[in-house]
Design a protein around this ligand. Structure first.
Ligand code: HEM
Length: 496
């Protein structure tokens, strides 16, 4: 006779077998892929860690459309430039829906821009785009705010007096100050502890997304909701960001400002007023909180990670740094306020920035979507509700599109006469109706931060250090460089 323990073991094994059979049955109607197992899904094929390029390895075996399983969730992957473009452009109507997993549902509630779909997404996105455009106009528009923060970043670097430093915290401060000024209308002091906590929370949210606790939450949300662990910290960080924003919204309501000093919150509060009484309106303070969260999370980690790669690249390739500086010296005077327009006269610098956005694309795979209706992707029938991973990284590394996809090579964006040109397969900001909302702001920030820093300093490794790790940190949703230290040595052209 079996004891209680034996009965439980038999029950668990039976359930696992049942789940295994269910998964094999479901696999029949999905594109090919490795065999999924209960709980593990197809993670065993990844060696239990999802690395950069992991998905492209599967495409060699299963083709450009294949299925992987995260736990019990099947996900159809579109790999390579043509497959990615086909989904983003030709099937945008069916595939523009954002993935809704238990964690996303419990934290985002279908609100904001980044994690919403359908009517809410359309209204919030249209308003977000329009407002960023409006804020970009005028003498004191977005570019002016970036210019001011870029000058302050140069000051922060100068204060290190050429001594070894990790630039990450300065970069986080400068980049989040830009978003702060756009959203709240002001920035914070670098000593402000609450602002530091805000930055820490934004960073934590990004790291949590690829952690095993996140996966556990997606597998058994009914249990994880009540257990302690890093997922509870992710919830409290989200709440901290919301409560920070709530206070800002309250301050905005209390103070009336002149029209030309309006920020994102001012425009949004006006939109709420305008739409009062319209039952189809999604403009309310809850959605505003989520839009603020989206702008901060999507607009901070991405730029900081890219800038960290840029500065690392400069010390690893001093020849590239020298060429960029030569171009800066030829086009700009030492004290001139640099504007985004100047990039038109700087083909090499532009090529370096675009190549870093390609080579060090900051997202591990790309974008997660969910089919809003039945469709056919590359000949495979895909059911409504199926999760799809649009592997943007594979388009940026597609050997059919790039001469040396696995190498850092600014020539990907230069013709034989040294003129800058953009390639069709350059889609780090995605494409189609869900294209990154901050593309213009991101390009402005990257250009102004990089040119201001490299005009003033030569970046180099500390004396005695000859090697630096250029591999990305594993197990992160954002592809990030390992922590490093560099020296920002003042350049003579500036001192003169
Ligand atoms: C290097 C910098 C950046 C990169 C590489 C980047 C890349 C991306 C990508 C790949 C997406 C997914 C689009 C899709 O689902 O197809 C996205 C979405 C988004 N990005 Fe960015 N981004 C950057 C900077 C920014 C900045 C500065 C902002 C803030 C102003 C921003 C705001 C957003 C928002 C709100 C979305 C959601 C759009 C939607 O779902 O409709 N991003 N970004």
């Amino acid at each position: 006779m079996l004891g209680t323990g034996g009965c439980v073991a038999v029950l668990v094994v039976s359930l696992l077998i049942l789940q295994f059979l269910k998964m094999q049955w479901a696999s029949r109607k999905l594109p090919p892929g490795p065999i999924p197992f209960p709980i593990l899904g197809t993670l065993w094929c990844f060696g239990f860690e999802w690395h950069q390029g992991s998905l492209s390895k599967f495409s060699k075996v299963y083709g450009k459309t294949f299925t992987i399983w995260i736990g019990h969730m099947p996900m159809v992957v579109l790999n390579g430039y043509h497959a990615v473009r086909d989904v983003l452009i030709n099937h945008s109507k069916e595939t523009s829906w954002r993935i809704v997993t238990p964690f996303v549902r419990d934290t985002m509630h279908g609100k904001g821009i980044l994690f919403s779909s359908g009517h809410t997404w359309k209204q919030q996105r249209r308003f977000g785009m329009m407002t960023l455009r409006t804020l970009g106009m005028g003498k004191k528009g977005l570019e002016y705010r970036v210019q001011e923060e870029a000058s302050y970043l140069v000051e922060l670097f100068a204060n290190t007096k050429g001594k070894p430093m990790d630039p990450s915290s300065f970069l986080f401060y400068s980049v989040s100050s830009v978003i702060s000024r756009v959203v709240f209308g002001h920035n914070f002091s670098i000593q402000d502890e609450i602002f530091h906590k805000l930055i820490e929370c934004i960073e934590y949210e990004g790291h949590f997304f690829l952690s095993s606790f996140h996966l556990l939450y997606e597998l058994c949300p009914w249990l994880m909701r009540y257990l302690p662990g890093p997922h509870q910290k992710a919830f409290s960080c989200l709440e901290f960001i919301h409560s920070f924003s709530r206070k800002e919204i309250q301050n905005h309501k209390e103070k009336k400002k002149l029209d030309d000093s309006w920020d994102f919150i001012d425009f949004y509060l006006e939109e709420i007023e305008k739409n009062k009484g319209d039952p189809s309106s999604t403009f309310d303070e809850d959605n505003l909180l989520h839009v603020i969260y989206d702008l901060f999370t999507a607009g901070t980690d991405t730029i900081v990670s890219t800038l960290r790669w840029v500065f690392l690249c400069m010390v690893v390739h001093p020849d590239v740094q020298e060429k960029v500086q030569k171009e800066i010296d030829a086009v700009l005077t030492p004290s001139q306020c640099i504007s985004y327009e100047d990039q038109k006269s700087m083909p090499y610098t532009s090529a370096v920035i675009y190549e870093i956005l390609r080579f060090n694309f900051v997202l591990l795979a790309g974008t997660f979507r969910q089919c809003g209706s039945d469709t056919t992707l590359l000949g495979f029938p895909i059911k409504k509700g199926t999760i799809i991973i649009v592997d943007i990284a594979s388009a940026l590394n597609d050997p059919e599109q790039w001469e040396t996809p696995q190498q850092f090579n600014p020539n990907h964006f230069l013709d034989k006469d040294g003129n800058f040109f953009i390639r069709e397969a350059f889609i780090p900001f995605s494409a189609g109706p869900r294209l990154c909302l901050g593309e213009k702001l991101a390009k402005t920030e990257l250009f102004l931060f990089i040119t201001n820093v490299l005009r003033a300093f030569t970046l180099q490794l500390p004396e005695g250090m000859t090697e630096v790790n250029t591999r990305p940190v594993e197990g992160r949703f954002a592809v990030q460089a390992h922590p490093y230290v560099i020296c920002a040595v003042p350049r003579k052209t500036i001192a003169a």
